[in-house]
Design a protein around this ligand. Sequence first.
Ligand code: PA5
Length: 432
Amino acid sequence: MSAIKLNTQGIENYVTDTDLEIISDEIENAREMLVTGSGAGNDFLGWLKLPCVITDEERSAIVAEAERMAKMSDTVVVIGIGGSYLGTRAVVEALLDKDRKNRAADIVYAGHTMDPDYYARIMKRIENEDYSVIVISKSGTTTEPAIAFRLFRQHLEKKYGKEGAQRRIAVITDSQKGALHAIAETERYPQFIIPDSVGGRFSVLTPVGLLPIAVAGYDIANLLAGAKEMQYECANNKRLEDNPALMYAALRNLLYRKGYKVEVLTSFKYGLRYFSEWWKQLYGESEGKNGKGILPCSMNFTTDLHSLGQYMQDGERMVFETMISVEQSNNEFAVPNDSENVDGLNYIADKTLTYVNNNALRGTREAHLAGGVPVIGMEIPRLDERMLGQMIYFFEYSCAISGYTLGVNPFNQPGVEAYKTNMFKLLGKPGF
Ligand code: PA5
């Protein structure tokens, strides 16, 4: 059963029932295209059924490898970029403040930047630690992770010798193609496969996300169980009014048509910062094409209420907001009582930070709605593996529906080649 609830109170000032009636046929067409595989990009629909096609054996193999790596490592360097990076980070950062398995390793990320200062920082950290590497690239040829893998492979071989390094590397890539697959075959590194039918930004529920998330000590069975619940929910509720994922796709398309070209995903949970990064890639790469698409941005509140909050409240009225609220926290503090009360805070003495934070959220929501920002509320009871599984599937499903409703192929990303071609020319890559 889905625990994600949409709160559309106040949206009626921006989107009418008639608007919803008009778009409901388009949403139904998009849903039909998705479930029958008759739309553009239909060779990339493997993610739709991922939560229920993964077998117990496949999951156990991932957990076994994760335990093997974590046992011999203080840190695991996870190398990848874009869809081969953001899903893991979204989940791991969201769960950092929650209990995890004892035998877990810390994760550091690489391959998502080419800044040498960043690599110097990681090298310094792992100098006195035991570490292993998971390298992830579907194509097996992406420049940023390929450079990082060279750096860490050589570092590992220096530190542990060739055989020692071999035990400390796991590869996640295509089953047949790409340089990474070739290296893994030659060096006999353990390999996990990204299915052909699952594109990078839809791949977090494959080994791409599951292996590093398990290494970090989190329960991938529960993550998959949550995703499966949402998969059934989305498959069984075909009507707009019964299915929050369809409703979200409908509202964002209607708002876009009314001139709200920027969507800001906001939340008051610190741990969701990287979930927003994953979401931005999912929607930005899926929809921003053919001169169309909502620009996905994110803000973390209340931090950003003291910076971009000014723009949200008072700047150009082209922004709508999707506000994630999480009811409970994994930890708690109360505001201490102070007999002197010089700071005047005793009016909230003994109140929990969750209580204060949730009231900040309510106040912000009302202020934004009144200030001309349409707000779609998304309510979640807590942050754990199951909820994150639901959230991942929810946003993936909505994204596909939203992209088809917008009239684009949500599963390609032709635009990302332009910088690569120029960079390769400048670097003198053969053939460019
Ligand atoms: O969503 C996508 O397909 C991209 O963001 C890719 O994940 C990203 O470019 C990394 O590609 P690869 O896994 O082939 O290295």
